[in-house]
Write a protein that binds this ligand. Sequence first.
Ligand code: FE
Length: 315
Amino acid sequence: MSIPIGIMLSIKSCTNALSKQTGIKVNLIKASSAELIKRIEKEGKYTKADVLLTTDVGMLELARSKGIFQPIDSDFLDKTIPAYLRDKDNLWFGLTKRARVIAYNIDEVSASELSTYSALTAPKWKERIVITKSTEVYNQSLLASFIVKDGKEKATQWAEGIKANMARKPTGVDKDSLRSIAAGLGDVAIANTYYIGQMKHGKSISDQATAEVVGIFFPNQGKDEGGTHINISGAGVVAHAKHKANAVKFIEFLVSVEAQEAFAKVNFEYPVNAEAKVSDLLLSWGIFKEDHTSLYQNRYPKQRSRQNVSPYRMG
Ligand code: FE
């Protein structure tokens, strides 16, 4: 079975375990999500791909909109993965959860000053916010979730407010945002939590130092607030898969407690299977209320293309 993998999920150990248990051999192909989607689309019925694994619901939705996936009927997946983390027609399934939070320099900001995503648009944060470009899929998904929940107008106001408070022009990736606030080029960043785990446990001494001075704040935790924005890494079975049954088995295996705990440990992401243990590092960041807005509402490209046209553009 061939599985293009658009992410650095450490799934090698999972595929080895799967082979041992079931005899299914998995061939992994790594490339960017966009490249893999383009390739599978072009290959059509000649594709060797059985499963597409990728990060961000935006990419899963892009793949869905190109007709790359087929619906999957699996009681285990339906029962184990909460409905808000899978496509309504079961074309894709969330495998891990990631939280997009407010990260802050602990020497400059106290957690008590932080509350919601929208509070970051207050004048108090002028020239203090660091974020990646609005064209980045993580930001597009975040903003798309605001559009779904609060409507276009409020989402626009938010994007404009963030833009007005930026400490620097958006550049780089989330890790660069975290490095910037550690270096004093800003005080708060919007970033995914697993990068802090990666930096803390990575080889770079300066990244380790960055992780030491960056605090994690889960926004929108109040009674009437919807919870912290959640995204996923996920997978779907390719429409022209030659090994459909094994492809489904593989996705089911990735959602098993065993695989979920392995992911959580190496990826610093959250399991979708409620029976899997969250790693100690993640527990140390705290338990939080998640935004349960169904991710399939986060349609690509409808919400996103709008965002890339002014005034959704943040930078
Ligand atoms: Fe990432």
